[in-house]
Design a protein around this ligand. Sequence first.
Ligand SMILES: *Cc1c(COP(=O)(O)O)cnc(C)c1O
Length: 376
Amino acid sequence: MKVPLLDLKAQYRTIRDEILKVTEQVYESQYFILGPHVETLENEIAEYCATQYALGVSSGTDALLISLMAASVGPGDQVITSPYTFFATAGSIVRVGARPVFVDIDSETYNISPQEVENALFGMNEAERARVKALMPVHLYGQCAEMEPILQIAAKYNLCVIEDAAQAIGSEYDGKRAGSMGDFGCFSFFPSKNLGAFGDGGIVTTNSREHYEQLKTLRVHGSRPKYYHRFIGGNFRLDALQAAIVSVKLKYLDGWSRGRQENANNYRILFAEAGLDEIQLPVEKQNRHIYNQFIIRVPEKRDELRQFLQQEGIGTEVYYPVPLHLQECFAYLDYKKGDCPVSEQAATHTLAIPIYPELTDDQQAYVVQKIKEFHV
Ligand SMILES: *Cc1c(COP(=O)(O)O)cnc(C)c1O
């Protein structure tokens, strides 16, 4: 049996006619950059995320970058974030000239530990603390970071909060939607996210009119009115084609997220039946986990298990094998092995197994059966 990590063709088959119809509309209009389809999507996403505003941008990475620019984070500034995330989180901080400060994660959710954030700030001298401008929590794998203490710390130290919600559209913390709690919410429409485009794309949410206006100006090279530049922005625009496709898919998002949640529950039953107690399943601390990934923790022989599953036709992935504080390009930051031990251990233990909504019961049973076979 073949069980890919993600099967986008299965999803496409269910929405093909609608997609072809809207894309044809875009072709007929020959209007490709921003425009009415992008505005419609922005309104829909703002409503979905329960925010005042949303601004379509070119990718999740650019959502982070433009938010940092709008927050006036720049050279000499520092941003506290997680080392256990996709590279773009920290990459965007460096690209605006600031310095990422990595603090360790919670061992159960893999999200940034508020206690470690507090410790990091407490351990700084006054001058250093004054350079910290923002917190960038990541809602990893589809579960929100512990936002209440994070927002409290931000208020205490007067810090901007930029949520990296690329993996978490529709997830909730205490009834609040991802992207609606901080100053900026950054989302990605990369095809493997729960709401994926047919190419690159992203969106930023905010409740601040001022931030929204700033983002909108920065999206078009800081130009307002056209050809008059008070700021240096970039080309951070979203294509009409991608917006039209994402709008179609948004209608199905809650159904797909439910499918992922049902698959997660099914895995819990199957793992329990198989008696695979040594494998830790995702710990749900927030009440709406949307399972962009289903991460199992394999304390021993993770890589051998991965290889075995591969041979048996099962797709898996390691998110992420090298925590960011140990990446070669960040050597100048002077972190060393042991600085973020929980992240370092997670990097050697975690394994993503298939969770996409179209996954069948038989496929799930096969995945668990093969994991069991490896362990006996
Ligand atoms: C995917 C992702 C991004 C970047 O999104 P792109 O659209 O690929 O640029 C940023 N942060 C996290 C946590 C992601 O998973």
